[in-house]
Write a protein that binds this ligand. Structure first.
Ligand SMILES: *[C@@H]1O[C@H](CO)[C@@H](O)[C@H](O)[C@H]1NC(C)=O
Ligand SMILES: *[C@@H]1O[C@H](CO)[C@@H](O)[C@H](O)[C@H]1NC(C)=O
Ligand SMILES: *[C@@H]1O[C@H](CO)[C@@H](O)[C@H](O)[C@H]1NC(C)=O
Ligand SMILES: *[C@@H]1O[C@H](CO)[C@@H](O)[C@H](O)[C@H]1NC(C)=O
Ligand SMILES: *[C@@H]1O[C@H](CO)[C@@H](O)[C@H](O)[C@H]1NC(C)=O
Ligand SMILES: *[C@@H]1O[C@H](CO)[C@@H](O)[C@H](O)[C@H]1NC(C)=O
Ligand SMILES: *[C@@H]1O[C@H](CO)[C@@H](O)[C@H](O)[C@H]1NC(C)=O
Ligand SMILES: *[C@@H]1O[C@H](CO)[C@@H](O)[C@H](O)[C@H]1NC(C)=O
Ligand SMILES: *[C@@H]1O[C@H](CO)[C@@H](O)[C@H](O)[C@H]1NC(C)=O
Ligand SMILES: *[C@@H]1O[C@H](CO)[C@@H](O)[C@H](O)[C@H]1NC(C)=O
Ligand SMILES: *[C@@H]1O[C@H](CO)[C@@H](O)[C@H](O)[C@H]1NC(C)=O
Length: 719
């Protein structure tokens, strides 16, 4: 914050004390040749001209404040956003049974880190007022792509809010409004169509980041699979009655951590990149987000995956182990976790290059399936089932889960990033860096009970969050359990991050159950989508839990978590049958929290241009000499705080091309080839502290004597 030097004060004036700063904005354009391919319509033979389903697709901008707000994912306090790489989008997919259109599913794939109960509740209540009972907790899934460079502060539970200084209403409002826009467009565009299903193998686009935990799984079980990562890309293709492709959902597990925790430009990470690549491949002249073909790249059993495919290495300058692979069991460098960093495929260029490579790999694999000739038709009923899993007390009998608790290794983070909430170091020091933590830490419960310790064994409990309900719930005690069925295709909508093997067990168990119950024949094709609806953190196998790496330490409901989910999802299987009616008698949904949320983010006070400047003035202009493709073009303007207007469905910048008929927009802030950065310029920043303004005057009496006096304002705080 910049305070102007105090100039002469007039005794009788209101002191013009403004929180003035010189805000400039800068954008950088990389001239590059991007996707010159012409649009293609994808012909599918043998499709019915009528269509078994009604299909509707939509897309909406959900980008919250792109500056001065913490990012969601790494939970890293210094990762406060400073601009925009690509906008975050929600993509909505509605499939209804053509013969009974009230049987429908609404699948929302959003470029946010994870689904959230509060966001979901708000969306459902708005849909209820617009469409009555058409969209319900059972048939509506809110799935996050697990991007770690999105805007934070929207989650309802307290724990994930710590680094964003509490709840950020603007972020939540942007996610809700953009998602509702996507849903409304999908709803209004319902037309007869068909679905088709295919898969392919994609190598070198993900890697297991906890291979030592994976090795704890039984040898016979590991022998069934090719490796310690799922490499299948599963594609659900959408087409209209003429057989033209109109959109797709592509499922593949890889963390949204291509961009590191030191990136501060808002982005959809590799899934957002893949989606934009596909959409702009089909509609090259549409601006991002203004496309009609909608491509959703969905997160799957993401838990132990990393996009840092070259492995994890030590960044310990001056140490003998600098540049060496990290220690295998604990991912440490000289016994420290902080120096161990995963390397993406573009690491010797930048994390943005790694992000492009991992995004492009998913785009191209998906395109291979969509344009191949061996996709199979999807046919059969549209069904959904939903319940709430109540996490029992440790002495309970229902599936033997425990109230939430995080283990010590949670603080160690992962090779993708520190993961540790900063308060862990700040805990017992005089003051942590985090004012939100200072507010809430007094609510930490005393040490966990014997019962809780036994329940979570062998996890040593660091944070007994399930017992923390003040000032509001720290972790969920109730999570959503949900399955969607479209013909032979079944989506397990999971409220957390399953590891690779946990996902395999889950899929196998549910596929077997679907067949055993006679709901589906052996065409049954089961995929996992998550983290969705409620954030229930991680889900490992019991064996991996025993190793207590980050994923095990973050399996918050204890060693039986996976078994509990398998049990609970299996109970829902009969509700997916062709003639099934009704829903399980669900327990109460998780309690509303948002109204209790504490927010410490300060609002924008005022914007002022620097003296003798106007908003929009060019401070640094482009160069006059010709540029060439591949060059970087930059310009800097006198700006104002972008938190004043998020410009949803709009842009903070355009690159315009001159044509015979005038200027035409060719790039917006959401193209990955443009970067928008905003800077609060602090000049000679005023140190924090308490200040006052003192006036020194001199008065003359009737007799001519001059005496000095002073006046003092009240004190004020500069933070
Ligand atoms: C096409 O329609 C026929 C008759 O209505 C039906 O039997 C068949 O399953 C449909 N095929 C596809 C691919 O939807
Ligand atoms: C949050 O934002 C929404 C949309 O701008 C607004 O309607 C609502 O009043 C805000 N809530 C709070 C608590 O500020
Ligand atoms: C890919 O699809 C084929 C054909 O449906 C199926 O046999 C195979 O199991 C699928 N692969 C995976 C990993 O699901
Ligand atoms: C289907 O086609 C894709 C792309 O050509 C290929 O990778 C995959 O192996 C094929 N699947 C089957 C089951 O033939
Ligand atoms: C960001 O972090 C990565 C991984 O530690 C490092 O290689 C890179 O140099 C950092 N970038 C900046 C700009 O500090
Ligand atoms: C978005 O697309 C519509 C039609 O497809 C077009 O009329 C409109 O101008 C486009 N908007 C932008 C910002 O490109
Ligand atoms: C790491 O810890 C081990 C065991 O405590 C110790 O033997 C070793 O010297 C430590 N290494 C370093 C570099 O501190
Ligand atoms: C980066 O690494 C790749 C593969 O290791 C190599 O092909 C490429 O030449 C390297 N690029 C630079 C700029 O060092
Ligand atoms: C289970 O534990 C809770 C809390 O410790 C206690 O209130 C409750 O009475 C216990 N129930 C049974 C059946 O032991
Ligand atoms: C924290 O510090 C206080 C006083 O400085 C001390 O009494 C207490 O034992 C410390 N707690 C921990 C967990 O270290
Ligand atoms: C932002 O401002 C700081 C301090 O004035 C300066 O060091 C930094 O280079 C600026 N960044 C940009 C992108 O202008």
């Amino acid at each position: 914050m910049y305070l102007p030097p105090f100039s002469t004060a007039l005794a009788d004036s209101v002191f013009p004390f403004n929180w003035i700063y010189d805000a400039t904005r800068l954008f950088v354009v990389y001239l590059a040749a991007f996707f010159t391919a012409s649009p293609q319509s994808i012909e599918v033979q043998g499709s019915n001209s009528s269509g078994d389903y009604l299909i509707g697709l939509g897309i909406g901008d959900v980008t919250g404040p792109v500056v001065e707000t913490n990012m969601m994912g790494y939970a890293y306090l210094p990762q406060t956003d400073t601009g925009l790489h690509m906008r975050q989008r929600s993509r909505a997919f509605i499939v209804a049974d053509a013969s009974n259109p009230s049987e429908r599913v609404l699948f929302i794939n959003s470029d946010i880190c994870m689904g959230d109960t509060g966001i979901r509740r708000t969306i459902l209540s708005s849909l209820q007022s617009s469409y009555g009972d058409l969209y319900t907790p059972a048939n509506t899934a809110l799935v996050g792509t697990h991007a770690h460079s999105g805007v934070g502060g929207y989650l309802e539970n307290l724990l994930p809010q710590v680094t964003s200084l509490g709840y950020v209403n603007a972020t939540a409002a942007a996610i809700v409004s953009g998602t509702l826009k996507a849903i409304t467009d999908a709803h209004n565009s319902l037309v007869p169509g068909n679905l088709k299903l295919g898969n392919t193998t994609l190598l070198n686009a993900n890697r297991n980041r906890s291979p030592s935990a994976y090795l704890a799984n039984p040898e016979w079980e590991r022998a069934i699979y090719e490796g310690n990562q799922d490499t299948t890309v599963t594609v659900l293709g959408f087409e209209n009655a003429d057989g033209d492709a109109t959109g797709l959902l592509s499922f593949f597990p890889v963390h949204g951590t291509s961009l590191y925790e030191n990136n501060t430009l808002v982005s959809g990470d590799n899934k957002g990149m893949a989606a934009w690549m596909y959409e702009s491949y089909i509609e090259p002249s549409s601006m991002p987000g203004n496309n009609s073909f909608v491509a959703g790249f969905v997160q799957s059993n993401v838990g132990d995956t990393t996009p840092n495919t070259l492995g994890a290495y030590c960044e310990s300058p001056g140490k003998p182990w600098d540049g060496q692979p990290c220690e295998f069991e604990h991912s440490t460098c000289g016994n420290r976790t902080e120096d161990c960093h995963g390397r993406g495929p573009g690491f010797n260029i930048s994390d943005f290059e790694s992000n492009r490579i991992i995004g492009q790999a998913q785009f191209e694999a998906t395109r291979t399936v969509m344009e191949g000739s061996n996709m199979t038709a999807v046919s059969g009923s549209v069904k959904s089932a939903h319940d709430e899993l109540f996490v029992t007390l440790p002495n309970g009998t229902l599936a033997r889960t425990c109230p939430a608790a995080l283990g010590y290794s949670f603080a160690g983070g992962t090779t993708d990033g520190p993961g540790a909430f900063d308060f862990i170091q700040g805990d017992n020091s005089s003051q942590s860096q985090n004012p939100f933590w200072e507010v809430v830490k007094r609510f930490i419960t005393p040490a966990p009970s014997e019962e809780q310790i036994t329940c979570h064994y062998p996890k040593p409990i660091l944070l007994n969050s399930g017992y923390n309900h003040q000032p509001y719930d720290w972790s969920p005690g109730t999570v959503d359990v949900q399955m969607l069925r479209v013909g032979q295709f079944v989506i397990l909508v999971m409220p957390g991050e399953l590891t690779t093997m946990a996902g395999r067990r889950m899929r196998n168990a549910l596929r077997a159950k679907l067949i055993a119950e006679g709901v589906l024949d052996d065409r049954a094709y089961v995929v996992i989508a998550g983290p969705a609806n409620t954030y229930g953190h991680y889900i490992t196998t019991r064996e991996e839990y025993g190793v207590q790496r980050y994923e095990g330490a973050s399996t918050i409901f204890g060693p039986a978590t996976l078994d509990a989910y398998i049990h609970k999802y299996s109970e829902l299987v009969p509700y997916l049958g062709d003639s099934a009616t009704g829903m399980p008698s669900s327990i109460a949904a998780p309690p509303e929290q948002t109204s209790k949320a504490i927010s410490l983010q300060t609002s924008v006070v005022v914007d002022n241009p620097p003296i003798f400047k106007h908003f929009g003035d060019v401070l640094i202009d482009v160069e006059s000499s010709p540029y060439h493709a591949g060059d970087t073009v930059a310009a800097r303007f006198v700006g104002a705080n972008p938190r004043n207007n998020l410009r949803l469905e709009g842009t903070f910048l355009t690159v315009d091309r001159q044509t015979n008929t005038g200027w035409v927009v060719v790039r917006t802030d959401s193209h990955p080839s443009t970067t928008y950065q905003w800077n609060r310029t602090t000049k000679d920043g005023t140190p924090a502290g308490t200040y006052r303004i003192t006036y020194y005057g001199d008065s003359k009496s009737l007799l001519g004597s001059i005496s000095a006096f002073t006046g003092e304002s009240s004190s004020f705080v500069v933070g």
